[in-house]
Design a binder for this molecule. Structure first.
Ligand code: UDP
Length: 377
């Protein structure tokens, strides 16, 4: 069986790493399985791309399509055209896509038009905010996927509410796989690496990331978030590995760190990120993946957005949604930094038990000869 994986953005490298490792394990066990990796090029800086392949030992991509730095239409369009050519040459049994980026949508659409089966990892997530490019990408990808790997119970119910998993024809099959990011956190926890900055990691600090378009593309929101960060830094240092998009926006708006305890650094690799996650006192982020990683590493989280796809974390009190309002963020940080018992009780198993990649590879193998089989599990 040949799987063709389409990835292009940082979170996709992290998610795909665990499935690639599982494929190699099966190969070593003598299973007839092969993976061809296509990197669309969407993220291309060494610290947004290469470092993940090296640190997480992801096989080198078989193709790099070098599509980047374009608007949504041009980027998705160029990817679609280039992926189609690769698919015609490779003729895979499955195209495997991850998450919600333009690379996800382009991979799924190119495959579907060629009648190649599509499997979507991280299916069923919804923010119910159609202004988010990610929401459009994930809804479109889910609709044309044959196998929908859901990380959570909420993701399964979202799909069911849209008609998946029932009698309606033309919908793919739901598989509740658990979350591949849980697999990654468990596997790489022991391999964490201290970031190369001067800092006493044994003293409390806040780990922050900001990169969502709704924050970076709205000067008022970005300004308000940064004012909150400067105020929080007066009491507790913050470490902010900065996404290139956010750096460009901050420079354009003339916003800079006014406090030496608001420590802005370049993006770090996953192993450094795991170190920061295990040592920090609080996570403040607008990232999807980091909200869950805070939970995996038992840290409280504040989400700098108006809504989240990972609603179970908010429902259980592990995550506070603040939006971009300065005072709300400051109040939430004080509350969460004081809240020491958050993880004292037994943690619920919200994202599976670390075997999502195994379940995904099993389902791909099981369904390899049965197009549109009804394998709801
Ligand atoms: N991440 C990383 N280095 C960084 C910032 C984030 O390795 O400097 C990791 C983070 O731990 C998580 C993933 O990148 O696993 C999240 O990616 P991102 O926030 O870019 O995307 P999202 O999850 O919001 O789609």
């Amino acid at each position: 069986m040949k799987i063709l994986t389409v990835i292009g953005a940082r979170p996709q490298f992290i998610k795909a790493a665990t499935v690639s490792r599982e494929v190699l394990k099966r190969q070593n066990d003598g299973v007839d399985i092969e993976e061809v990796i296509v990197h669309t090029g969407q993220h291309f800086d060494a610290n947004m791309s290469d470092i993940f392949f090296e640190q997480m030992r992801i096989p080198k991509p078989d193709y790099n399509l070098e599509v980047h730095s374009l608007g949504h239409g041009a980027m998705t369009g160029q990817m679609l055209e280039k992926i189609e050519k690769v698919l015609l040459d490779e003729q895979p049994d499955w195209v495997l896509v991850y998450g919600d980026t333009n690379s996800t949508l382009a991979g799924a659409l190119a495959a579907k038009k060629l009648h190649i089966r599509v499997a979507h990892v991280e299916a069923g997530l919804r923010s119910f905010n159609m202004a988010m490019p990610e929401e459009v990408n994930r809804i479109m990808t889910d609709r044309i996927s044959d196998l929908l790997f859901c990380p959570t119970a909420t993701a399964v119910s979202n799909l069911q509410a849209e008609g998946f998993g029932g009698d309606a024809r033309g919908f793919g099959s739901i598989v509740r796989s658990g979350d591949v990011m849980q697999d990654a956190a468990m596997f790489y926890a022991a391999l964490s690496e201290k970031p190369g900055i001067e800092f006493d990691f044994d003293s409390p600090f806040v780990l922050t990331t900001i990169h969502r378009a709704e924050n970076t593309d709205d000067p008022e929101r970005l300004q308000s978030i940064f004012e909150a960060l400067q105020t929080i830094a007066e009491k507790t240092p913050l470490i902010l590995p900065l996404h290139p998009r956010t750096r460009a926006k901050l420079t354009a708006l003339g916003i800079r760190s006014l406090h030496d305890r608001l420590i802005i650094i370049d993006p770090v690799g996953y192993l450094e990120m795991v170190y920061l996650l295990t040592h920090c006192a609080l996570v403040m982020t607008d990232s999807g993946g980091l909200q869950k990683e805070a939970f995996f590493f038992e840290k409280p989280c504040i989400t700098l957005r108006d809504e989240t796809e990972w609603t179970e974390l908010v429902e259980h009190g592990f995550n506070l949604l603040t939006g971009a309002d300065r005072n709300t963020i400051i109040d939430a940080s004080e509350k969460m930094l004081r809240h020491k018992q958050l993880f004292d009780e037994r943690k619920p198993e919200l994202y599976g038990n670390g075997n999502a990649s195994g379940i995904i590879v099993d389902a791909l193998l099981k369904n390899q000869c049965k197009p549109n089989s009804d394998s709801t599990e």
